[in-house]
Design a protein around this ligand. Structure first.
Ligand code: PA5
Length: 335
């Protein structure tokens, strides 16, 4: 088995690395468009949760251009984030933003994005290379926050980064309380498809992260659904196939103190109404004070669970051969 465990254990140090970055001067922006996909794109979702607490509107666009109409009118700062620097959707959006005269800043390890940025003098935070993009989430989130600080779009995140780093370290410490919690969840999820339920500003982006980590590390299907919306549709989807769903699926719920009280009530009622059709494996609560620490505390548990599921399935969590193959096929279309 390869070193995904070590990469997860390094998450705290990634956040500490970011705490030391001096933010570049980017002027003042209260509107930000974030371009990024997959393991890099999640940094935008986390940054949006933090930005909204700072009255900044941060919109994440996961896909190609063109720019949304609001952006051509409002002229936001565009942050293009790609760990490899070679993700075509992100490059496309960065270029269309530049062509429309919008300010662009970059988070990357290199690749074409770094090259494009150098040629056009885009401000950049360069992150250390050598990890899987999804395993560099501490670098990518931290670097994005530093760009937002440099744009006066959010408060100074230094203390939050250190708080998050300490919490993550405690979470991923083998044999610790959170580690054992992750182990118990993974044990119950073996042979099942994991569904993550959430419904708040902190928990919703983390639910997506859990899903994608199970996909990429354990190479298993997973999905996430959000409250209150799922109470208006998905809740009825548990009625017809209880023999199948009770044997093959499992729900993990994520909670945070910012959840609306009615979301808590909905979670409890939803669990009660569906528990015969699907096991509710666990409810995981965030820890910490700052939004970033709460995001990262839930993230670390999910990363551990996905890694433990890979281990239980005898799967190497590191390579993502199908994603790489797809990228090759798309590149061949151009040649
Ligand atoms: O985790 C992964 O490997 C993917 O989700 C990548 O992050 C995604 O394909 C985008 O690549 P990059 O992060 O290099 O822009």
């Amino acid at each position: 088995m390869s070193d995904m465990g070590a990469q997860i254990r390094g998450l705290g140090d990634q956040l500490r690395w970011a705490a030391e970055i001096r933010p570049p001067h980017l002027g003042t922006h209260s509107e930000v468009l974030f371009a990024g996909m997959g393991g890099s794109g999640i940094a935008g979702d986390y940054a949006a949760a933090i930005a909204s607490a700072n009255t900044t509107r941060l919109v994440v666009q996961k896909g190609y251009g063109p720019l949304p109409t609001w952006a051509t009118r409002q002229r936001p700062l565009v942050i293009a984030a790609s760990y490899s620097g070679n993700t075509e959707e992100t490059l496309d959006l960065a270029l269309s933003s530049h062509e429309k005269g919008l300010p662009v800043a970059v988070v990357t390890t290199g690749g074409k994005l770094a090259e494009m940025g150098r040629e056009r003098s885009w401000p950049a935070v360069m992150v250390p290379a050598g990890l899987q993009p999804r395993a560099a989430v501490g670098h990518m989130v931290g670097a994005t926050l530093k760009l937002l600080e440099g744009a006066h779009a959010i408060d100074d995140q230094r203390f939050a980064l250190v708080e998050a780093a300490d919490l993550v370290d405690a979470t991923v410490a083998e044999g610790g309380r959170r580690w054992e919690e992750a182990r118990a969840i993974a044990t119950r999820l073996v042979g099942r498809i994991c569904i993550i339920y959430a419904g708040g500003p902190i928990t919703s982006p983390v639910a997506q992260r859990w899903k994608t980590q199970v996909n990429e590390n354990a190479k298993m299907p997973a999905w996430w659904s959000l409250l209150p919306e799922l109470d208006h549709n998905e809740i009825t989807g548990w009625e017809t196939l209880p023999e199948l769903t009770s044997q093959s699926l499992g729900i993990v719920a994520l909670v945070d103190r910012s959840d609306h009280p009615r979301i808590r009530a909905r979670l409890a009622h939803t669990a009660r109404l569906t528990q015969d059709a699907v096991p509710w494996v666990a409810e995981i609560a965030s820890e910490g004070t700052s939004p970033l620490a709460r995001l990262m505390s839930l993230t670390a548990v999910g990363d551990l669970v996905s890694w433990m599921l890979a281990e239980a399935a005898g799967v190497d969590p590191v390579p993502v051969a199908t994603i790489e193959r797809l990228k090759e096929l798309l590149a061949e279309d151009h040649s």
